[in-house]
Design a binder for this molecule. Structure first.
Ligand SMILES: *Cc1c(COP(=O)(O)O)cnc(C)c1O
Ligand code: SF4
Length: 339
């Protein structure tokens, strides 16, 4: 690729609001605790864990944490702690065998009819339980032309009707880069749907730009946006506004969560989240059993507890507000419902 091509791909032109918000994200655990008036609990965080997987928290997400609450469910998702450094047997680097399903650079093809593109290697937040926290993003395409082998693979397989953009977070791409990628994807005639798996509307709500809505609405492909919130305290304020804008633009918006110890492992927490989501027009899609990734063992909830929580949830909220409780079992033809 030429130097000028590289420039076009990397430079966004104007500095957008969301880039400014991203630049202002908190990266220092001590600062995070200070801002929450928890400065006296500096022993709560682990520099060792932070040096393995950095702390990253946008200010909008911080603003939704409760001041002075050391067990805040949002704080727990992002604060590096010593528990991450304890090796636990069964918790491994590639918990879902991504590597064996990579059919081209940046392309994973696990399930019938759907392929997944690792469209970006970074996120606006670093979730401590992330199942791709050890993913070798450095090996994946970065420039538009680097996607050619993946696009060729998509063109060659007419059984694929849906492309998922994932990552990392695909909305870390600028609107320009995203629209260039979508343009190329639209050229694959048998693709019908474009699904975007993103946590940015939750953690960096100003990423939901008018231009993003335009790209999604005007695409030939039917758009589906799958966001990722784990607790009702996440889907308030500017985040609620961003979700409403997506929904009112006519886009199907689904949510997936991970069942996380001391974050959402109670029926009250799950019911609160489901209620908040459906009030905004967002449908709870999946509740994932934690993938057993190294460093995340302290978040695991026993599946027997998860099954009980889902049963109790079903007695509390409308049927369409009950997510499917699933686990990714390597080698299965779909995510496995474990209720
Ligand atoms: C989860 C996943 C999908 C999507 O699965 P759905 O059950 O359709 O949500 C597709 N590809 C890969 C590689 C996945 O991990
Ligand atoms: S936003 Fe998703 S991919 Fe990014 S760190 Fe969190 S869980 Fe992982």
């Amino acid at each position: 690729m030429s130097a000028s091509g590289l420039g076009l791909w990397q430079v966004s032109g104007v500095q957008t609001d969301w880039h400014r918000s991203l630049a202002q994200a908190i990266r220092d655990p001590a600062e995070l605790l200070r801002r929450l008036e928890l400065g006296h609990m500096a022993d709560r965080y682990s520099n060792g864990a932070a040096s393995e997987f950095a702390l990253l928290v946008p200010r909008s997400f911080l603003a939704r944490m409760q001041i002075g609450d050391a067990s805040d469910p949002l704080l727990r998702q992002v604060l590096p702690v010593d528990d991450e450094l304890q090796p636990v047997s069964g918790f491994v680097v590639d918990a879902v065998s991504d590597a064996s399903f990579r059919t081209a650079p940046g392309l994973l093809h696990k399930y019938s009819g759907r392929a997944l593109m690792i469209a970006a290697g970074s996120c606006a937040v670093n979730c401590r339980y992330c199942f791709r926290r050890h993913y070798p993003y450095g090996d994946e395409p970065r420039r538009l032309d680097d996607w050619e082998p993946a696009l060729a693979q998509l063109r060659a397989d007419s059984s694929i009707s849906e492309l998922l953009l994932s990552g990392g977070d695909p909305l870390m791409l600028t609107d320009l880069r995203l629209s260039q990628l979508v343009d190329r994807v639209e050229d694959v005639p048998h693709l019908k749907r474009l699904r975007i798996h993103t946590r940015l509307p939750i953690v960096l709500p100003d990423r939901v730009t008018d231009e993003l809505l335009r790209i999604l609405k005007e695409s030939r492909l039917t758009p589906v946006v799958v966001v990722h919130a784990n607790h009702s305290n996440e889907v308030v304020a500017d985040c609620a506004d961003a979700l409403r804008r997506l929904v009112r633009a006519g886009i199907t918006v689904l949510n997936q969560s991970v069942l996380l110890r001391k974050v959402n492992d109670s029926v009250d927490a799950l019911a609160g989240l489901s209620e908040s989501l459906i009030n905004l027009g967002v449908i709870p899609y999946y509740l994932h059993q934690l993938d057993r990734v190294a460093g995340a063992a302290h978040f695991e909830v026993d599946p027997a507890v998860g099954r009980r929580l889902i049963r109790e949830l079903r007695a509390r909220v409308p049927g369409y507000a009950v997510p499917r409780y699933v686990q990714e079992i390597a080698g299965e033809a779909h995510k496995t419902v474990i209720e």
